[in-house]
Ligand binder design. Structure first.
Ligand SMILES: Nc1nc2c(c(=O)[nH]1)N[C@H]1C(S)=C(S)[C@@H](COP(=O)(O)O)O[C@H]1N2
Ligand SMILES: [Mo]
Length: 428
């Protein structure tokens, strides 16, 4: 038998006891029991799945599109002026158009790597956009990925990123030895102070561990040419990492024998070796509702490197102080939310259908696993009505390893994972 955790007032506990079966979605019998307490709730409330409840139907129908239109991404761009805002003739001049883009791949003069054939502008061997598309004919891949800034709580957007695996470009330079890392940076107004650079272990680029997609030199987002704000004509996209590894307006790759990172994000106290975390956040939650009225909440989870087993929700009365020794809310009364199935319509892609050959999807256009790692998933929860008072709603992820958010990596400078608190007022 589950016992009511300490720290809850008796009324709330009794409420929970009555509605537990509802929370646990035991089906029609349990739901009928749940309906009994909810005086005045519509009959249809007896439906066991939150996604089928009328209280939530509208919020679920209005959820953000699964894939984010390019223009709706949130934007994190350094530069003065920001490179995508340069006038067209300047863009043409500096290689920020598909017609004039060039990529140099060279050895680091200070920590030289041995390359048979570097690619340089002076030799006329730099890779141009046509050359990239030629490589794409044979090697191009596309995969879904959520773009998230290590320093911002909410993802910037969820996209289908398409390009050539970086290794297929690096192999053209005939790499031989003394190579431990790959540095790369983008156009920065020819001003050293504005440079934004990142790096990866050479081995990560050559081989994809644990079924990860490859690191790509990307030129399409959601089937369209990558636009300037998103880093076009060409950006790096690193599947498992926060956004700072996905350098925009890519212009230079430097193979180096230096064994450590030199990322721009090393300043600012950021943890450079931290792959995406799992966490949950609310999308819609009423700030105020009537006593006894069920609480309909929707949200999303970012599914990090360790996957997602479930999303849980809790609501606590603010009348009772929280225990001081429970910073991760482990003693809250957590209940499973419903993780929504793959959408019928995928959003910002033609006809809402995913393209063929999308990594992680089968031939019928269905995801092979769900929830997908390194992506978003939506959830819904319908909580029973509450007595008058002020409450705090929270949600959290449990990853595939069983770690409850914010664990196993609770520290801020390795990416956001703090549990969100949303205040809900219940009035008469
Ligand atoms: N050249 C360059 N690339 C960059 C940045 C930048 O300022 N300049 N910002 C990085 C950071 S910190 C993030 S979070 C992502 C944001 O990608 P987006 O603007 O396409 O959403 O781009 C990365 N790539
Ligand atoms: Mo970022």
């Amino acid at each position: 038998m589950r016992t009511v955790p300490p720290g809850l007032d008796a009324l709330l506990a009794e409420h929970r006891r009555l509605t537990r079966r509802y929370f646990f979605q035991l089906g029609a019998a349990g739901a009928t029991g749940a309906a009994a307490w909810a005086a005045g709730a519509p009959q249809a409330f007896a439906d066991p799945l939150p996604s089928k409840s009328p209280e939530l139907a509208e919020a679920i129908a209005k959820l953000e599109p699964y894939f984010t239109p390019a223009a709706k991404f949130r934007n994190v761009s350094r530069g003065d002026p920001k490179p995508y805002l340069l006038p067209d003739d300047k863009k043409t001049e500096v290689g920020l158009t598909r017609e004039t883009w060039k990529l140099e791949v060279i050895s680091d003069p200070e920590n030289p790597a041995t390359l048979g054939k570097p690619m340089t502008k002076t030799d006329g061997t730099a890779l141009d956009f046509d050359g990239l598309l030629q490589l794409g004919k044979k090697h191009a891949v596309r995969f879904p990925k959520v773009m998230t800034c290590l320093n911002i709580g909410c993802p910037l957007g969820m996209g289908i990123w398409e390009g050539v695996p970086l290794r297929d470009i690096l192999w053209l330079t005939e790499p031989k030895e003394n190579i431990r890392r790959v540095f790369y940076y983008g156009y920065h107004n020819d001003d050293e102070k504005q440079i934004f650079r990142s790096s990866l272990p050479f081995s990560r680029v050559l081989e994809d561990p644990y079924d990860l997609p490859p690191v790509i030199v990307c030129y399409k987002l959601n089937g369209e040419w990558l636009d300037g704000e998103r880093g076009g004509p060409v950006r790096m996209v690193v599947p498992e990492h926060y956004g700072f590894k996905s350098v925009k307006w890519l212009s230079h790759i430097v193979l180096t024998n230096l064994p450590h990172a030199n990322d721009t994000y090393a300043s600012g106290n950021n943890d450079l070796d931290s792959p995406l975390k799992s966490f949950s956040a609310v999308l819609t939650c009423p700030q105020q509702l009537q006593a006894g009225q069920p609480l309909a909440v929707t949200g999303y989870a970012q599914v990090g490197i360790s996957g997602l087993k479930k999303v849980q929700v809790s609501i606590e009365s603010n009348a009772k102080p929280r225990p001081a020794d429970d910073p991760y809310f482990t003693t809250a009364d957590w209940h499973d939310a419903e993780v929504l199935s793959p959408p019928q319509n995928w959003g910002a892609v033609p006809d809402g259908k995913v393209p063929s050959d999308l990594l992680g999807f089968d031939e019928a256009g269905k995801p092979k696993t769900w929830p997908m790692r390194l992506a978003k998933v939506h959830w819904a929860a319908l909580l029973p009505g509450l007595p008058v008072g002020e409450y705090t709603f929270r949600s959290r992820t449990i990853d595939e390893q069983g770690h409850a958010q914010p664990l196993p990596r609770p520290f801020r400078k390795s990416g956001h994972s703090a549990i969100e608190s949303v205040t809900v007022k219940v009035v008469s």
